[in-house]
Design a protein around this ligand. Structure first.
Ligand code: 13P
Length: 256
């Protein structure tokens, strides 16, 4: 955790979820109606097909709804893409950009990720910018170099603590059940904090840095307790309301 920074517990549903899954969103929206919501934000990023209905379900809940990607342009001939404006029009508040699955599946570069984050700002959305090394890069001892490059090239110069969340997701930890050691997470987050402070000053001090990659109820307490870990970006475990809420509630202990 970072002093005076409000943690964010975010779920990324990826390409999972149909209308039947809205029951899980309903249950999460109900489950986060607790005093804890004043101290910890909760966000679910369902597939774009569910965005508008999901936000309608959260009318009377502190649960926030976001998208998983946006195009760098506002509108135009880009078949299959959605823009930041469209996400905002559905009352989404956040958008994930630069997830490793998009960097890999769609060959997204740091430069493109930065343009997408800028498009998110323009639409009034908070950008969750993902970074993280692959298994090969880690084996080669390049983790911090990769983080340095991705942060400097993917995070726009105009980023602020309000408009931007960084998510550290070691690629090899995504969906594998394997997580880095607590020491490795601490080291990576401390490094990113120093990079952000040197570039953005006091905004860099307050910018949230989430950890993502095989976060589950059983390991969330120790991961979220690490210095400079300001929340989680959760894949698989966010699909089930009970698991997501169990992770969210680790902050009851951490903030007690
Ligand atoms: P898992 O929690 O399923 O490992 O996924 C992490 C992730 O990629 C979230 O964006």
């Amino acid at each position: 955790m970072t002093p005076n920074v409000r943690p964010l517990v975010a779920g990324n549903w990826k390409m999972n979820g149909t209308r039947a899954s809205l029951d899980q969103i309903k249950a999460i929206a109900e489950g986060v109606k607790t005093p804890l919501s004043e101290k910890v934000e909760a966000l679910i990023c369902p597939p774009a097909t569910l965005l508008y209905v999901a936000t309608a379900l959260c009318d009377d809940s502190p649960l926030l709804i976001g998208a998983q990607d946006c195009h760098q342009n506002k509108s135009g001939p880009h078949t299959g893409d959605i823009s930041g404006e469209m996400i905002a029009d559905c009352f989404g508040t956040h958008v994930i950009v630069g997830h490793s699955e998009r960097r890999t599946d769609h060959a997204e570069t740091d430069h493109l990720v930065r343009a997408k984050a800028e498009a998110a700002y323009e639409a009034g959305l908070t950008a969750i910018i993902c970074v993280g090394e692959t298994a090969d890069e880690r084996r080669a001892g390049q983790t911090l170099d990769i983080l340095k490059r991705q942060l400097s090239s993917s995070v726009p110069a105009s980023a602020t603590a309000a408009s931007t969340v960084i998510a550290y997701e070691p690629v090899w930890a995504i969906g594998t059940g394997v997580t880095p050691t607590l020491e490795d997470v601490e080291k990576a987050h401390a490094f990113m904090r120093a990079e952000l402070v040197s570039r953005f000053g006091s905004d860099g001090r307050k910018m949230r840095i989430l950890y993502g990659g095989s976060v589950k109820p059983s390991n969330a307490g120790e991961l979220m307790g690490i210095d400079n870990v300001d929340g989680a970006l959760i894949g698989g475990a966010s699909l089930k309301a009970s698991d997501f809420l169990a992770i969210y509630r680790v902050y009851e202990q951490l903030l007690a």
